[in-house]
Design a protein. Structure first.
Length: 174
C-alpha cells in the first residue's frame, strides 16, 4: 500500500461508502427542507443542507471510535470529490477550484464543531441553524424550529443505526 493510498484512501474503499454518501445527499436534497423549512432552494442552500446531514453522520461515526475513523475520512474524501466536480460543472476554473473546495471543507468543519457542541450541551441548535443554514438571512422562528427539529430527529435516528446499516446507506429509518 503506497503512502498516498494510506493517506487518501483507495477508490475501492470509497466505493463501499457510496451508498451512505448517496443517502446523505438525498436527505439533504429532500424537498421538505425547502418547502416547509424555508431553506433557500439555491446552490448554497442545498450545500448547507447536505453539509448539515453529512456533519450529523460524521458525528455518528465519531461515536464508533477507531471503527468509524476510516469511514469518516473516506466520506470526507467523497464529499471533496463531489464538491470539486460540482464546482467544475458550474464553471469554476482549475486554478481556483482548490481554494473553493478548501472553503467548503472549512464550512463543513465549522458546522461539525457547532453541531457537536449543540448536541453535547443539548442547546444552541437553533443558533447553529440560523447561522449555518439560513446564514443570517430572514427566517421565521417556525422555519428555524422546523429545520432544527428535523436535524434533531435525524440525529436520533442515526444514533439507532449500526455501522453496517450506515455503510449500506441506512440513515436510521424514516
Amino acid at each position: 500500500m503506497s503512502f498516498l493510498t494510506r493517506l487518501f484512501g483507495d477508490r475501492r474503499e470509497r466505493h463501499v461508502l457510496q451508498p451512505l454518501y448517496s443517502a446523505i445527499v438525498a436527505a439533504g436534497r429532500d424537498p421538505v427542507w425547502y418547502r416547509e423549512g424555508g431553506v433557500p432552494d439555491t446552490l448554497e442552500g442545498r450545500f448547507d443542507m447536505i453539509a448539515a446531514v453529512l456533519a450529523l453522520v460524521l458525528l455518528r461515526l465519531e461515536e464508533e471510535g477507531e471503527a468509524g475513523k476510516r469511514d469518516s475520512v473516506l466520506l470526507a474524501e467523497i464529499f471533496i470529490d463531489d464538491m470539486d466536480g460540482t464546482l467544475r460543472q458550474i464553471g469554476i476554473g482549475d486554478f481556483v477550484v482548490g481554494k473553493h473546495v478548501g472553503k467548503l471543507m472549512g464550512a463543513l468543519g465549522g458546522r461539525l464543531g457547532a453541531m457537536r457542541n449543540a448536541f453535547a450541551t443539548g442547546e444552541g441548535l437553533e443558533a447553529v441553524v440560523r447561522g449555518n443554514i439560513f446564514r443570517g438571512a430572514e427566517a421565521s422562528d417556525e422555519e428555524v424550529a422546523f429545520v432544527s427539529n428535523g436535524l434533531r430527529a435525524l440525529h436520533g435516528r442515526l444514533k439507532g443505526a449500526s455501522l453496517e446499516q450506515l455503510r449500506g446507506g441506512g440513515l436510521g429509518g424514516a
